[in-house]
Design a protein around this ligand. Structure first.
Ligand code: SF4
Length: 154
């Protein structure tokens, strides 16, 4: 998996203070996408063991308390990203059990395949659906267009 940005302290993408990772790879091609540079799976930088370890350490950092981890992109549920994202969410649940995990994806919850569902079984919130420009509203919280749904799973 490749990634584009990692923010160790973020107050914009989800509730509270968070760690946020923007991964590479998206096949949805939504017109009006604000993140086109992330579409190619080999864009950005390799997501190394070092970055994964850093995310865990940042979530465990008691000096700046994080509420959780946000995974966006690109699309964390793109087939190319499944192994690395599954490994990451499993680690967060095992090593930082009190932290919540939010994922933004262009796929719809009802349409997820088995591998994608396995990832979702570890997370707290899935914001799903493609971005639809005609349904865009800058006033929406944590989503771009009305069709996208914030699923609070657990
Ligand atoms: S799902 Fe997100 S990153 Fe992918 S094309 Fe749509 S708006 Fe862009």
């Amino acid at each position: 998996m490749n990634y584009h940005q990692y923010y160790s302290v973020d107050v914009v993408n989800g509730p509270g203070t968070r760690c946020t990772l923007f991964v590479a790879g998206c096949e949805h091609q939504c017109p009006g996408c604000y993140n086109k540079s992330t579409w190619r799976v080999n864009s950005g930088h390799p997501f190394t063991q070092e970055i994964e370890d850093r995310i865990i350490a940042d979530l465990q950092d008691s000096r700046i308390k994080r509420q959780g981890l946000s995974l966006s992109g690109g699309d964390p549920l793109h087939r190319h990203n499944i192994p690395a994202i599954l490994k990451l969410v499993r680690r967060v649940k095992a090593e930082c059990p009190e932290k919540d995990i939010w994922i933004w994806t262009g796929y719809r919850l009802d349409d997820l395949n088995e591998a994608q569902q396995e990832i979702v079984s570890y997370i707290n919130v899935l914001v799903d659906g493609k971005f639809v420009q005609a349904l865009y509203d800058p006033g929406l919280l944590w989503r771009g267009s009305y069709n996208q749904i914030i699923h609070k799973l657990r």
